[in-house]
Design a protein around this ligand. Sequence first.
Ligand code: BYC
Length: 318
Amino acid sequence: MPLQDLEKIFQDKIDAEIKIEPKDWMPEAYRKTNIRQISQHAHSEIVGMLPEGNWITRAPSLKRKAILLAKVQDEAGHGLYLYSAAETLGTSREQTINDLHSGKAKYSSIFNYPTLTWADIGAIGWLVDGAAILNQVMLCRTSYGPYARAMVRICKEESFHQRQGFEILWVLSKGTREQKAMCQDAINRWWWPSLMMFGPHDSESTNSEQSMLWKIKRKSNDELRQNFVDMIAEQVKVLGMKLPDDKLKWNEQTRHYDFGEINWDEFWNVVKGNGPCNKERLEARKKAWEEGKWVREAAAAYAEKRKPQTPKGALEAA
Ligand code: BYC
């Protein structure tokens, strides 16, 4: 079939809200964009386990420890669904992981900040998972079938994560003077990096225009960021805390909150690998990969052993 016809069938499907499936014809650039975004997303889930994992041994009670452990395990699951979704586009798991370890692949800027106190675990749940959900609810309707389906379960789990984060901060916000101060300090440090998670302004976003045409993205970076500010500016009142932005103000005309400018130099610096924890995060991932080699080998050997064996002589008889 001529290329033009294939392109038309593809775009007609997108326009009619029919999902694109792994064996369907798709433009090479659509395949590449999905591999890029899905693998970056998978890496974010896996690297995202590190700042939270830092507090598993120091959670303030057995109950908090069990909850945090379960949350971090959820993130591992998200990473695995997403790596599998990326594989359906013809990339191998090994290649994807090599790209993370070599520093070629990106992952969310947010995970390059340190978790200094227990309140940071609350702030990550509330703000980071909160930002992630807004973006990911939209991705449940993304045009590539395996990605959209992976997002459904991820979103259910993320909304639980956000509530647990809010609850950690809510308890601290009702606590001692020191606990209240710890809560405010975590909000101060995580607020701006959370806004950066949505990516550059639409005017600077290199991929958005094409991704919107292909319905990989359904809402723009700035639109989602605004939804997030509107949601958090209300929720922070329940905590009796403040967001660290003098310009944050309800705008009666736009029916949205106005807010201050993000420090884009800081954002690009972190994206380029020079944030507070970039090196530490990659080192930790590489070490885990090396140390887990024997587990991968054992799993592969076990799978091989369980394969149905062809009875001796069966081939000759056939
Ligand atoms: N950090 O053209 P743009 C979670 C890059 S984890 C780093 O707007 P796009 C969780 C971007 O890649 C949730 N890089 O890009 C886990 C592009 O560079 P390349 C993570 C960023 O793709 C554990 C360039 O900047 N969520 O929930 O159209 C614990 C220009 O940007 C960032 C996802 O991954 C960033 N923040 O839009 C707790 C969602 N922003 O690739 C929670 C899936 C931008 O051209 N991803 N860049 O070299 C997306 O929805 C989109 O990729 C983005 C960016 C909205 C993030």
